[in-house]
Design a protein around this ligand. Structure first.
Ligand SMILES: [Cu+2]
Length: 284
């Protein structure tokens, strides 16, 4: 179900991409949930494309087939072995071949699931040589993003935009004050840690979900196929404002990214992420 509001947001986004990025061939994607939506957000990386394939081509058919099989067995038992149809119950306690079958067949089903599952896991966890590394530090209750020395070496806090600050095109509970900007088609390594408790850095459209653990550096990666704006949220219950630490990431063309980078270097020069690290977003 695609709402009118989100269509307006998407139309605005496409117009923005077309104006800001000369020669942008493909339309910008919007990786945000919509009211009534069922299923995944639009995929924008090879990992998420493969996750969708794994879910739709492997897991769903197996789940549906097993459910229908069990339903058919139940219906047959109710019909064939009820008290009227089968007044004298069998006393059979063991059936060797049957017991072997119902042990071996589920094991085979698990093998069928395991092979593509481990392949997918390896693709997520074996990080290709990155073009850029982004440092992500979680805090109760916001994110801090650090850019590499080669891109200016600055860092900044990213906090949720409160309802009163929302502008047209912003998405309630998802839009932040300072978003992440990355270039399209580049391998971005994400180094994730935390200052206090365990959080989780998650961007569904990229197939990225990784725990942010104090004293530990977890790594993930993505390569955005298309330009656009993508949203995620902290995905580990981390305290009272857990629901209010969204992630907003803009994927730009290389030119547009360079333009943003020049501005960001000035804007965030000397920015100290620690200063407001303990300021909670207080909500009723
Ligand atoms: Cu959190």
């Amino acid at each position: 179900m695609r709402g009118g509001r989100s269509f307006a947001i998407r139309a605005g986004l496409v117009a923005f991409a077309a104006s800001a990025i000369p020669g942008a061939a493909r339309a910008a994607l919007l990786g945000a949930p919509e009211p009534g939506q069922i299923g995944f957000l639009p995929a924008n990386s090879i990992v998420q494309t493969n996750i969708e394939w794994f879910h739709n081509a492997i897991l769903l058919p197996i789940t549906i087939a097993i459910s229908l099989f069990v339903l058919a067995l139940l219906a047959y038992v109710v019909y064939r072995f009820n008290e009227r149809a089968n007044p004298v119950a069998s006393r059979t306690a063991h059936n060797g071949p049957l017991e072997i079958a119902w042990t071996v067949l589920p094991a085979l089903v698990l093998v069928v699931i395991a092979v593509p599952s481990f392949r997918l896991l390896a693709q997520q966890l074996i990080i290709p040589a990155p073009d850029m590394t982004l440092k992500v530090t979680a805090s109760q209750w916001h994110w801090n993003y650090g850019y590499p020395k080669s891109d200016g070496g600055f860092s900044f806090d990213s906090l949720i935009k409160e309802d009163k600050d929302l502008k047209p095109g912003d998405i309630r509970l998802l839009t932040v004050d300072n978003a992440i900007y990355v270039p399209v088609g580049k391998i971005i390594e994400v180094d994730v840690t935390s200052q206090d408790v365990i959080h989780s850095f998650s961007i569904p459209s990229f197939g990225v979900k990784i725990d942010a653990i104090p004293g530990r550096l977890n790594k993930a990666w993505f390569k955005a196929d298309q330009e656009g704006v993508f949203y995620g949220q902290c995905s580990n219950i981390c305290g009272i404002d857990h629901a209010f630490m969204p992630i907003e990431i803009h994927v730009l063309s290389q030119d547009a990214y360079q333009t943003w980078l020049e501005g960001a270097k000035k804007q965030f020069a000397g920015a100290d992420g620690v200063e407001i690290a303990q300021t909670a977003v207080v909500r009723p």
